[in-house]
Design a protein around this ligand. Structure first.
Ligand SMILES: [Zn+2]
Ligand SMILES: [Zn+2]
Length: 294
């Protein structure tokens, strides 16, 4: 059977998130949809998987609600469910902004993948900013992208402050699917930046349309696939080095000692050779979890 992985979000007012959550949960259970769905008064953020048929039903169900009739779905084929369980949770925010009090409606201008591609081709003068985490940047990023030293959006404020001399310049922010740029760019607009853009559909949309171009490396995704490689050219697949042997690598594991849990980039052979652990100490720990075969 063929499956699909579906990724989408929307900032839209949901009056009664609890009620919405319960109905949505029931629909997912009835239709064998698995994954992670966050619901808040400000909107919805989801990554789910299901059989091709069930995903069609799910999309119809969602878009029959006028609040979601224009949702943009990012779809990937898969051989199986990308998730092993279903989590539908009511949250305060659909993605943690670390208290950025901005209205995502005033976010940066949406930039289409082909427009970013054209900016690279024309060698436009622009700043491209990675709005994701460190470990995501390491495994892959856009050519010339700057990675501010931020681990959360609280530090984003400091970064934006540092960037203030470039207020008039074109600034493009990107993340995996677009959601993390909504409030991040809204904050920049609020701070007086004149030419702020956010990559529509994020990295996933760009790399689908323009593989082997300006995306260097792989993509970290928040489902059980963990890493996907959009490029076909071997030289463009890796930007990271194996923690163990230093060779090009494109796997991410958490050290399997649950007390350590350190994120490690590794090549395929080393992750098995070293039993998914960062050190001898972790390898012999009684808190080692079972090996995840992904
Ligand atoms: Zn290695
Ligand atoms: Zn460890």
């Amino acid at each position: 059977m063929s499956y699909k992985v579906l990724l989408f979000y929307k900032y839209v007012k949901i009056e009664n998130p609890e009620k919405f959550r319960n109905e949505h949960y029931d629909f997912c259970v009835e239709n064998n949809i698995l994954g992670r769905i966050y619901v808040a008064e400000e909107g919805i953020n989801a990554t789910v998987s299901g059989s091709e048929e069930d995903i069609i039903k799910y999309k119809q169900h969602l878009t029959s609600d006028p609040r979601f009739n224009d949702v943009w779905f990012k779809e990937d084929p898969s051989n199986e469910h990308a998730f092993s369980k279903l989590i539908v949770k009511v949250k305060k925010e659909i993605v943690n902004s670390g208290g950025l009090e901005v209205n995502p409606e005033y976010g940066g201008t949406r930039l289409k993948a082909e427009d970013l591609q054209a900016m690279y081709e024309n060698e436009d003068d622009f700043i491209i900013v990675d709005a994701r985490n460190d470990y995501e940047y390491k495994i892959g990023h856009f050519k010339n992208a700057i990675k501010p030293d931020v681990t959360n959006f609280r530090e984003w404020k400091e970064f934006v402050e540092e960037l203030k001399e470039h207020k008039e310049k074109k600034v493009v922010a990107y993340c995996t699917g677009g959601i993390r740029c909504e409030k991040a760019t809204a904050y920049m607009v609020q701070q007086g930046f004149k030419n702020v853009y956010q990559l529509e559909g994020g990295i996933v949309s760009y790399t689908k349309n323009f593989p082997d171009q300006n995306w260097l490396g792989s993509i970290f995704v928040f489902d059980e696939r963990r890493i996907i490689s959009p490029n076909s050219r071997e030289s463009l697949r890796h930007t990271a080095e194996c923690f163990y042997c230093g060779e090009p690598a494109s796997y991410y594991i958490n050290c399997h000692n649950q007390n350590c849990d350190k994120l490690l980039i590794t090549c395929h052979s080393c992750k098995e050779k070293y039993d998914y652990c960062c050190s001898d100490e972790c390898r012999t720990s009684p808190n080692r979890r079972k090996i995840y075969h992904g």
